[in-house]
Ligand binder design. Structure first.
Ligand code: SAM
Length: 220
């Protein structure tokens, strides 16, 4: 449950707009280590809800939030995506979901559920985006990681169907290890190399965005 540079970028974006977290009811789907919830607790969130499919992640989140003094406002659920929070709405929803285009396998000691997003990377991303409108409180927003090599246009189209829009809050490059690159769906690698994936000899970097999502017309 070691946080990655994706999580670091997500935290950077959340900290840059900290005023919106104070007193907010927050949810993280795929809470992993619990560190994103811990950051939101430190920034004054009113409540911290976390969902993860792995028992180990829920245990890790509970331990961290307890140690940092946020256990009293934490509500953690082991389960699949939106199921544990059916019918509930939140002011802020964070997610760093597995959306690397590859089939589920263990990479660098990570559980297969940590990064693998299926052949096109959208296995978890699409149901997350499709369910978002039902879980955002009025005026609420989501902040998520979004690989550049997983089509942003498809995400925008999917969100538009439920009246939401997406803007890029932050972009950065992430290092892709040779081991992970070898697992990337070949069609995606072929299409994205030189576009969002940049190779320099044995070293590969890819574009990654932090996307902010809210009701259409409300994002600057
Ligand atoms: C990239 S990790 C995010 C980790 C977290 N942000 C951190 O830094 O510790 C993705 C997380 O999503 C969880 N996950 C995968 N599939 C899920 C699902 N269907 N529902 C809920 N969580 C899921 C994984 O168990 C993993 O903890």
């Amino acid at each position: 449950m070691r946080p990655s540079e994706y999580t670091a970028a997500l935290i950077q974006a959340l900290r840059a707009d900290a005023g919106r977290i104070r007193n907010a009811r927050v949810l993280e789907i795929g809470s992993g280590s619990g560190v994103v919830l811990a950051v939101m607790g430190a920034l004054g969130a009113a409540s911290l809800c976390g969902v993860d499919i792995e028992d180990e992640a829920i245990a890790s989140s509970a331990l961290l939030l307890g140690e940092l003094g946020h256990g009293g406002i934490a509500d953690l659920h082991c389960g699949d995506m939106w199921l544990p929070v059916a019918g509930r709405r939140f002011d802020l929803i964070g997610a760093n979901l597995p959306h690397f285009p590859m089939e589920p396998v263990e990479v660098a000691g990570r559980l297969p559920t940590w990064s693998a997003g299926g052949a096109d990377g959208r296995l978890l991303l699409d149901p997350f985006l499709a369910g978002l409108a039902d879980h955002l409180a009025p005026g609420g927003r989501a902040v998520i990681t979004h690989n550049g090599f997983v089509d942003l246009g498809s995400s925008r189209d999917l969100l538009a169907r439920s009246g939401l829009s997406l803007r890029i809050a932050l972009s950065t490059l992430v290092y892709i290890s040779p081991e992970k690159l070898a697992l990337m769906t070949a069609d995606v690698l072929r299409a994205e190399e030189g576009r969002t994936i940049h190779r320099y000899g044995p070293h590969t970097f890819a574009e990654m965005h932090i996307a902010e999502i809210a009701a259409a017309g409300t994002l600057s």
